[in-house]
Ligand binder design. Structure first.
Ligand SMILES: CC(=O)N[C@H]1[C@@H](OP(=O)(O)OP(=O)(O)OC[C@H]2O[C@@H](n3ccc(=O)[nH]c3=O)[C@H](O)[C@@H]2O)O[C@H](CO)[C@@H](O)[C@@H]1O
Ligand SMILES: C=C(OP(=O)(O)O)C(=O)O
Length: 422
């Protein structure tokens, strides 16, 4: 079994370049199905979610050239057919739900197994289904897969109010509505930068999506799609993870390829803690920071503090002076990193809807488990801080979302490697 071993306590310095955003690229790849043509994606991160999506696309007939090191994907979706995708890689990642919207848009039907992804407590997809039904599709289960089929000649535009702000449901509705007859209005839409990125590609492929990035998105359907080229936005969650690491262990680290506006809430929290930073046009330099103050964190939809950064920032909070709490309003049960940090000596507990921590803590290396992607990132940061050696198992979760994490951390001076161990 592969594990990550970190000999912690080393001060870090240098530059780390952020890769393309996981949560964009996992939607952009299925979105290329609408083009029925050749789409080039640049800035594609080398993560296992991308490899899984490429495999699924190839099963459906897409012809794909991938330059892993160059971060480039050239996808020809002309040969794609809407074949049932009940099992396999489909169940290994969350974003496989985007095949529902994309296949429904192009073929009027889709049979896709239930999505996997990180176990963060309940992750229903009722809003996706309601939106597809509002657009004129019927849903049934075939074996263990969800089968969607248009009931008329075409999907029809509709007014859709999202009861809960949902990234996945907003993007899936955009995908299906892009090819519907007439106008769709999504109200209470999610506003994450990844939604703007997907809308940009869709528009470059011929779609008419307006208002992405606000809570009202208006889509005028078309059947007139074509090829396009697109560069994936930088990964704000990867950036935030390295900013937290830099604040904890850096003697001056530049986090490059960053869109600061995507990280405002996160950077504001670092500033509140007393982290010193210089913000430049596309990079953030984190200076050596001492005497950090504890803060409380409430994870909420964008533009607020991101749930995906709640776990990676926790080890930094553990170094600050005083007590504090973290509350995740999106995933109340996103607390699996807590017992692992406690095994490393942290004063931290999850009670009710909050994580309570006392600080400062002296973390000590231990054998720990990455229960999900960002819990894994949290343990990598904690391992870099801790004295002694930390061995992290279940690293496949981490590799779902962090491009070349061993190489990037090593370049900063961390003593980190992948080992084989039972
Ligand atoms: C691949 C991807 O982009 N994953 C991200 C996406 O996940 P994902 O798109 O699955 O998350 P959502 O934004 O949909 O979830 C937000 C909240 O809405 C609820 N909900 C969602 C859909 C639904 O049909 N019904 C419902 O009740 C969820 O349980 C959750 O409480 O956004 C999350 C919230 O920013 C991030 O943590 C994930 O990294
Ligand atoms: C929860 C995450 O991913 P997914 O939705 O793909 O499981 C994440 O990126 O933190």
């Amino acid at each position: 079994m592969q594990k990550i071993k970190i000999n912690g306590g080393k001060r870090l310095s240098g530059k780390v370049t952020v890769s393309g955003a996981k949560n964009s690229v996992v939607a952009l790849i299925p979105a290329t199905i609408l083009a029925n043509d050749i789409v080039t994606l640049e800035g594609v991160p080398d993560i296992s979610d991308v490899a899984s999506l490429v495999e699924i696309m190839e099963i459906m007939g897409a012809v794909i050239e991938r330059d892993v090191d160059g971060g480039k994907l050239v996808i020809d979706t002309r040969p794609v057919v809407s074949k049932p995708l009940p099992y396999g890689k489909i169940n290994s990642l969350r974003a496989s739900y985007y095949f529902n919207g994309a296949l429904l848009a192009r073929f009027g039907q889709a049979t896709v197994g239930l999505p996997g992804g990180c176990d963060l407590g309940p992750r229903p997809i009722d809003l996706h289904i309601k939106a597809f039904e509002a657009l004129g599709a019927e849903m049934s289960y075939q074996e263990e897969a969800m089968h969607l089929e248009k009931t008329g000649d075409q999907l029809n535009g509709a007014s859709i109010y999202m009861d809960v702000v949902s990234v996945g449901a907003t993007i899936n509705t955009m995908l299906a509505a892009a090819a519907a007859d007439g106008v769709t209005i999504i109200e209470n839409a999610a506003r994450e930068p990844e939604i703007i990125d997907v809308a940009t590609l869709l528009n470059n492929m011929g779609a008419k999506v307006r208002g992405a990035g606000t809570d009202i998105i208006r889509i005028t359907g078309t059947q007139d799609f074509h090829g396009a080229s697109h560069t994936v936005i930088p990964d704000r969650i990867e950036a935030g993870t390295y900013l937290a690491l830099a604040a904890a262990m850096g003697d001056g680290i530049v986090v490059d390829n960053v869109i600061y506006e995507h990280l405002e809430a996160f950077v504001a929290k670092l500033e509140e803690m007393g982290v010193r930073m210089t913000i430049r046009e596309d990079s953030i330099e984190v200076h050596k920071s001492d005497n950090l103050k504890s803060v409380n964190i409430k994870a909420v939809p964008y533009p607020g503090f991101a749930t995906d950064l709640q776990q990676p920032i926790t080890p930094l909070l553990l170094l600050a002076e005083g007590k504090g709490w973290i509350m995740d309003t999106i995933y109340e049960k996103r607390v699996n990193h807590v017992p692992e940090l406690a095994r490393m000596g942290a004063e931290i507990t999850a009670v009710g809807d909050r994580i309570h921590y006392g600080a400062p803590n002296k973390l000590t290396g231990n054998q720990v488990h990455a229960t999900d992607l960002r819990a894994g990132a949290c343990l990598v940061v904690a391992g870099a801080i801790a004295s002694g050696s930390t061995v992290i198992s279940n690293i496949e979760f981490i590799l779902r979302g962090y491009d070349n994490i061993i190489e990037k951390m090593t370049a900063l001076g961390a003593d980190i490697q992948i080992i084989e161990e039972d």
